[in-house]
Design a protein around this ligand. Structure first.
Ligand SMILES: Cc1ncc(COP(=O)(O)O)c(C=O)c1O
Length: 407
């Protein structure tokens, strides 16, 4: 019986074992990653890759971060889990730090992004129920949105391919174009419980919402009292060089869903909320066994320390460098029709075949990026990526694009 070490089996064995025993829902890249250090990961065959995806925006401090490793080892030797039946010293600390960053004073901890979104939807409904408006259940979501794979989150996720096989989903979710402020105005009436949005749509193709759309959201919320749920799971917590992109856009969320970067690799999600929302929720309304356990909270504290001790500044500087480099690439290679995003969340749009090839060629040149929404090569490097690593990634992308055009 394996003890769970990562180097016991070769790449072929790992893939054969998975193909026999795992549900085949992931189209994995044929690489077996066994260890990492900073912005790099190593595969079972000894190749080293520059990781410009950081585990889909999760390994926010890079890999094998010494401070995180030490804190987790210390916590594992002290106390890992107690359930939410008892107090422990760390949840309140993480809640206080997140309140200071976001302006939303109360937190509920969970274990993933989709759970955070589920909680936001439940709390939005509970808010109106508590106020006696039990029929106020409609949700307005955006086209191109992605909020997760569980039923509530999936109901607010736009991509029909993800939704259809699982219908019927939650009733009363309407989708509005994120480029049409007028349509939002028309869609949000007094029966809408909440508007849910990603300030930068990630899976949908790295589309920041426009200031005009953000203004329309604020106006609709003010006019009707609808709650605003900001899904900051991918774009929040420093990824743009600011704590939250909703604030950059001038949005004023009542609820915020967090995940990914928060645990720096540990599965940690959180829902932040206003006092008015918190006041509408009673003991017993929601809960989870694992949420906010000591190991998860310890990871979040390490991450928040790093963010506050120069991390935001680093992400901002590195993000600007990345943006300049990508703009220069787009000028050199006209097949790149758009460069979008903010900070260290960037997408390069190009024809679908080119995007597919770019991801493959980047892998061959030992750079990890991925393709989203068909035509967009997405970059989500760790938030502490160095200037030299940014330059290395840009050089590889340059060679990749050159190879595609001269093929
Ligand atoms: C904006 C957004 N919301 C929700 C989710 C779902 O998070 P998780 O995969 O942790 O459930 C994701 C994941 O990619 C996301 O990008």
């Amino acid at each position: 019986m394996s003890t769970g070490t990562t180097d016991a089996t070769g790449a072929q064995d790992v893939r054969a074992l998975e193909s026999e025993h795992l549900l085949q829902v992931y189209k994995r890249v044929p690489v077996v990653l066994t260890r990492g250090e900073g912005s790099y990961v190593h595969d079972a065959d000894g190749r080293r890759y520059l990781d410009f995806l950081s585990g889909l925006g999760v390994a926010s401090l890079g890999h094998a971060h010494p401070g995180l490793a030490a804190a987790l080892a210390d916590q594992a030797r002290t106390l890992v889990h107690t359930s939410n039946l008892y107090f422990h010293p760390l949840q309140g600390q993480v809640g206080a730090r997140l309140a200071a960053l976001s302006g939303l004073p109360r937190a509920f901890f969970c274990n993933s992004g989709t759970e955070a979104v589920e909680g936001c939807l439940k709390f939005a409904r509970r808010y109106w129920h508590t106020r006696g408006e039990t029929g106020r259940t409609r949700i307005v979501a955006l086209e191109r949105s992605f909020h997760g794979r569980t039923f509530g989150s999936l109901s607010a996720t736009w991509e029909p391919g993800y939704r259809r096989p699982f219908e019927p989903l939650l009733p009363g979710v309407d989708f509005v174009s994120p480029t049409d402020p007028g349509a939002l105005e028309g869609a949000v009436g007094p029966d809408v419980a909440a508007i849910i949005l990603e300030p930068i749509q990630g899976e949908g193709g790295v589309w920041p919402l426009t200031p005009a759309f953000a203004e329309a959201v604020n106006a609709a919320c003010e006019r009707t009292g609808a709650l605003l749920v900001a899904d900051e799971i991918q774009c929040g917590l420093g990824r743009t060089g600011r704590p939250f992109h909703s604030a950059t856009l001038g949005l004023r969320p009542d609820l915020m869903a967090l995940g990914k970067a928060l645990g720096a690799g540990m599965p940690v999600g959180a829902i932040l909320m206003s006092q008015a929302v918190a006041d509408a929720i009673s003991p017993g309304d929601h809960g989870t066994t694992y949420g906010g356990n000591l190991l998860a909270c310890r990871a979040a504290l390490v991450f928040l320390d790093a963010l506050e001790q120069g991390g935001l500044e680093r992400a901002r500087t590195a993000g600007a460098r990345l943006a300049d480099g990508l703009e220069a690439l787009a000028k050199r290679y006209p097949m790149v029709s758009d460069v979008r995003g903010a900070g260290l969340m960037r997408g390069l749009e190009m024809p679908e075949a080119a995007a597919t090839r770019a991801v493959e060629l980047a892998l061959a040149r030992q750079l990890l990026v991925n393709r989203t929404a068909g035509r967009v090569v997405r970059l989500l490097p760790p938030l502490n990526v160095s200037d030299a690593e940014i330059d290395e990634g840009l050089q590889i992308l340059d060679r990749v694009l050159e190879q595609i055009v001269t093929r």
